[in-house]
Write a protein that binds this ligand. Structure first.
Ligand SMILES: Cc1ncc(COP(=O)(O)O)c(C=O)c1O
Length: 432
């Protein structure tokens, strides 16, 4: 008797999703895991995750609220919405109330829902964080990449935004500005923020200010563009980076009251999709946004470690011949190995995926190729996340080191050895 093949449904994927790859980060992680399995040393500079533990008072609050089991209001717990509004008022002087805040399971999810409910183009600079463009593609929105230049450290220049908007002034648009930035670690000057705000106001765009790394400005000097374009700016934030709680999945959007209609539309979609964000996490988040001395000290030391380590990595990359700017916030750098193009071509390396792959295979240093951030693939840019260290141990050691003292190479070698050794390996690899 012949065995009949079971009849299964045909593959009819949403055409916006068909052909879309899983994120590059996952591919790098899988290859890194494979190399580790083979007994090779791998330096994990690919995944952008905070190396630091969640501050103790926030962990304690989560423990105390483990029993919270009810569904919460779709917009978020009232106390948390108020805590987020007071936090924005305290640190940025913004005039937002609890009613203006929407809480979600990560700011990424909120960005997706925003793009779904608003009808307009997505405008982002190149390079930009890996997920903005695929989200637009999934929803079926047009993506407008705005060019930037390495000599401006890849920042979106007001004139470029003006040029794009002037081509069709009345067109609805969402512009996303992320600073301190992933992938570059750079941020904007107050003058640039004012100029960008002026253009955004002129064309009445919805501006999403992605400030997920705001508290990780290395000198604690983050300034929000919402100060200069309050009526059109949504401030995006959450616990994932400064609080080291990416896996807790909590993000926040703070709207101006003039955009309440957007918040309401997003809340409707949220009510039919994720319902509400995890209850214990929301209670714990209140503590994080209220802040206190202990959390301030934690942040002060985290910034200090990132500042010194970022500077070390930046110097090493420059010595190796890359063109790269010193990071001012977050934990990323975006070196361009273009100056070494001829030397790399001799080894058959001509584009960023090739560079990333060979670096991983030959030195064990995992990074992400610039093409994933919207750069041309034949450019030799990479994103490095200098996070492969035990943040808890480094925090304790930094606390015991007087503030006026530099966290020098000896400190970094002791407490962030993988990052330091990864840089040694990159330099050796490029020198041969
Ligand atoms: C620039 C940027 N925005 C947003 C996110 C998403 O953060 P969340 O964990 O809140 O979804 C990330 C996370 O990597 C990010 O790098």
């Amino acid at each position: 008797m012949s065995r009949r093949r079971p009849i299964t449904p045909d593959v009819h994927l949403n055409l916006n999703v068909r052909g879309l790859k899983q994120s590059a980060t996952l591919a790098i992680n899988e290859r890194s895991a494979q190399l580790l399995h083979e007994g090779r040393k791998v330096y994990r500079l690919g995944l952008g995750q905070s190396p630091f533990p969640v501050p103790q008072p926030v962990v304690d609050e989560l423990k105390a609220n483990a029993h919270q089991k009810d569904y919460l209001p779709v917009r978020g717990l009232r106390g948390l919405r108020e805590a987020v509004a007071s936090y924005l008022e305290r640190v940025q002087g913004l005039d937002r109330t609890g009613q203006d805040v929407l809480v979600g399971p990560g700011s990424k999810e909120l960005m997706f829902i925003l793009q779904l409910v608003y009808y307009g183009d997505l405008v982002i600079p190149t390079p930009s964080w890996v997920s903005y463009a695929p989200q637009a593609q999934i929803i079926g929105r047009q993506i407008r990449w705005v060019p930037t230049r390495p000599e401006n450290d890849w920042r979106l220049m007001p004139a470029e935004l003006d040029r794009l908007c002037a081509s069709d002034p009345g067109r609805p648009r969402i512009v996303i500005l992320n600073y301190p930035a992933n992938p570059t670690g750079d941020s904007y000057t107050v003058e640039e923020l004012r100029d960008l705000a002026r253009i955004a106001r002129q064309y009445r765009v919805i501006l999403v200010s992605d400030e997920i790394y705001g508290e990780l400005h290395h000198r604690g000097q983050h300034v929000s563009i919402a100060r200069y374009y309050p009526e059109g700016t949504i401030v995006s934030g959450g616990l994932s980076k400064w609080c080291g709680a990416g896996g807790w999945r909590l993000g926040t959007f703070a709207f101006p009251s003039s955009l309440r209609w957007l918040l309401e539309a997003m809340a409707t979609v949220a009510s039919e999709t994720f319902t509400s964000t995890s209850a214990p996490i929301q209670y714990a988040a209140i503590r994080a946004f209220q802040g206190d001395m202990e959390i301030q000290q934690y942040l002060g030391q985290a910034r200090r470690i990132l500042r010194h380590l970022g500077r070390h990595v930046w110097r090493e990359l420059r010595k190796a011949g890359a063109s790269v700017s010193e990071p001012v916030g977050g934990f990323y750098l975006f070196p361009d190995f273009g100056p070494l193009r001829e030397k790399l071509a001799v080894r058959g390396i001509r584009d960023s995926p090739g560079l990333c792959e060979r670096l991983l295979e030959e030195t064990g240093v995992a990074t992400l190729p610039g093409v994933e951030f919207g750069r041309p693939s034949d450019e030799l840019t990479l994103r490095l996340a200098y996070v492969d260290f035990d943040g808890g141990r480094a925090l304790v050691a930094a606390q015991q080191t007087p503030l006026e003292k530099e966290l020098d190479r000896d400190f970094l070698e002791l407490y962030c050895p993988n990052v330091v050794h990864a840089m040694d390996a990159v330099r050796r690899w490029l020198a041969t």
